[in-house]
Design a protein around this ligand. Sequence first.
Ligand code: PLP
Length: 423
Amino acid sequence: MDHFTYNNGTLCAEDVPLDAIAAEVGTPFYCYSSATIERHFRVFTEALQPLPATLCYSVKANSNLAVIRTMAEMGAGADVVSGGELIRALKAGVPPERIVFSGVGKSKEEIAQAIDAGISQINVESEPEIAAINEVAAARGTKAPIALRINPDIDAGSHDKISTGRSEDKFGIEWTRAHEVFTAAAALPNVVPMGLAMHIGSQLANLQPFRDAFVRLRDVAAMLKADGLEIQTLDLGGGLGIPYDGSTLPTPAEYGAMVKDIFADLDYRLLFEPGRVIVGNAGILVTRVLYIKEGATRRFVILDAAMNDLMRPALYGAHHEMVAVADPGQSPREPADVVGPICETGDAFGNGVSLPPLKAGDLLAIRTAGAYGAVMASMYNSRALVPEVLVKDSNFAVVRERLGIEELLSHEKMPGWLPQTTR
Ligand SMILES: *Cc1c(COP(=O)(O)O)cnc(C)c1O
């Protein structure tokens, strides 16, 4: 369910026609719907009631300040994976006591930043990291709250590049060593082990891997408790998938019921780190057709958006639905290969896509681009970073301006041995 629907043949974001936004900000641009973000956040929250749950929105899915603040206003916490994301979460108004810090390779500077901010917990992924946190906290005369991210050795069955819970993946501490590592951490003077964490992957299409991993987590926690170790928090990670192609996936309600099955009546504070399921279909990428090219064997629709703006198709072979912004609905569909202008064959958004007849200048919307879209964009080919627009009811605002070539060049310097100006 999202709030991008047609009104009189024109695709709108809530009450705003997308062609009106395009006329004002130019193309391509990302467009997010507040109502959709809010709805998904509410649905996920309600699915977990009455568990003692904290939703720590996974900032890496979409880290725009206005997007984070939209959720912070609803009581969201944040899951961050870098010092930069921590600054964003704080700046967006997420209270530090609702922030968790994940990731396999936190630097000492990032650890210090997290301790100074007073965040809820650092999810640690290795013994050397625990030692580093202990050292940084000691230097500051304080104790740092940590949770052990365990690797449950469960295959999420997702895309290989976004499965994170198998023993061969780089994430977490083997679950069989949780007892030993937790005990050692509890003996250190400057860390306070709060509990356990896990995150087995992203875009999971069924609940069974979650169930297997959560049961394992619950059993490990019970074992540690039986040995007198104190477990206050269990962080269940994110990963619930969303339909990119109209297929049916488990709903937040089904996910919540499964979680309650396993954790109801247990005395833990539960943390969740959803990203994609909240913002994924709350965003689209709006792009303009530059040319229609009749190739020898196929018809190409060449867009002004490219793989640098939305990497998922090139990176994961991901599918995104595409629709024409102006579509009266009755015209016959024609198959086309939809491509970007970059000099790589991988710069394509879909082959044989069924679209109404299009001509140069028409607008196209690439759907379900709210998660892992703008955040993964690059300036490859010296292309500008496209603007992000947030809609609320009949209002819209540019929440990140287009970052162009002047901005990029202003950070590049000539070394002393080259002329400083052109002759
Ligand atoms: C990426 C990530 C998430 C969010 O995953 P989604 O699939 O977007 O829900 C949550 N937790 C951790 C540790 C992550 O790395």
